[in-house]
Design a protein around this ligand. Structure first.
Ligand SMILES: C[S@@+](CC[C@H](N)C(=O)[O-])C[C@H]1O[C@@H](n2cnc3c(N)ncnc32)[C@H](O)[C@@H]1O
Length: 262
């Protein structure tokens, strides 16, 4: 502000002399300058609270050029590739049965499968919680159509498809005991907002399980942006107020990490 006044005083003097502007006109101009400066600061403050992300023009072609905590966010796997999620080789590579057996679940648990895709995990979990319910959340309606078709075809009652947005899971507040994310978190375009939405949706003490390909192992043949290191996951979860409980390494290629709402 001082800088502006010093800069503009000679200009104002000239204006007054040349156009015989009164003292009151000068005061009006100064008031305008003050308000412009302060509204600028307000805008700057809002920008800084949203400033979780950094963008870069030159970036990994598998990413979206947007970085969160120094990690480039991967592009979303389009619904056109959904058959990949149901590939036969997945049983051996990702051992879904072992994954669901390690989930901390009660028979009446309320579960959310975030980034559910075709519901590959949601349907497997549904049979473990006969008195509970699983919300299958995704941002692609085409994925949820498959979930609904399979639900009807296999007469599964306790799976509910939920269309989320990039920033909101659209889940009821304090309703979820356990949230699962398999091969999904790394492609959330707004991880900060989604984890905040999840925080609201979880019951107190609710748990979060992340399954991500091990970035620490270069021999795992998955694109780098589709892998995550334990260190990175822990850092991002801590920011979102989730306390790391343990990491289980029973899967051939992925970390199985458990967090709890702080
Ligand atoms: C690689 S697929 C994994 C699907 C499933 N978890 C599985 O293991 O079969 C990732 C899914 O996350 C979904 N996704 C991406 N961003 C999302 C977001 N912000 N909220 C919810 N789902 C999202 C994508 O649409 C996609 O279906």
């Amino acid at each position: 502000m001082l800088f502006l006044i010093i800069k503009f005083v000679p200009l104002l003097k000239t204006i007054i002399i040349k156009s015989r502007t009164s003292f009151w006109s000068l005061l009006t101009i100064l008031t305008m300058l003050v308000s412009v400066t302060f509204s600028g600061n307000a805008i700057a403050a809002e920008t800084s609270t949203r400033n979780y992300y950094r963008t870069q023009t030159i970036h990994n072609p598998d990413g979206i050029g947007k970085f969160y905590q120094d990690r480039e966010i991967a592009g979303v796997m389009g619904h056109q590739a959904m058959a990949w999620l149901e590939r036969n080789s997945r049983e051996k590579q990702e051992q879904p049965q072992a994954v669901i057996e390690h989930l901390p679940l009660d028979p009446n648990a309320q579960v959310a499968d975030l980034g559910t895709g075709t519901g590959y995990f949601a349907f497997r979990i549904a049979s473990l919680i006969p008195e509970g319910k699983i919300y299958a959340v995704d941002i692609q309606p085409e994925m949820l159509k498959v979930v609904n078709d399979l639900k009807k075809q296999n007469q599964v009652e306790n799976v509910q498809a939920i269309l989320g947005t990039e920033t909101d899971l659209n889940l009821p507040a304090e309703s979820i005991d356990l949230a699962l994310m398999v091969d999904a978190y790394h492609e959330f375009a707004y991880p900060q907002e989604i984890m905040s939405s999840l925080y609201t949706a979880l019951k107190p003490g609710g748990k979060v399980v992340l399954v991500e390909y091990r970035q620490e192992n270069p021999m795992i043949m998955i694109k780098p942006l589709h892998k995550m290191s334990q260190k990175q996951v822990k850092k991002e979860m801590k920011t979102a107020n989730f306390r790391w409980q343990k990491t289980l390494e029973f899967l051939p290629e992925q970390h199985f990490m458990i967090f709890q709402k702080s």
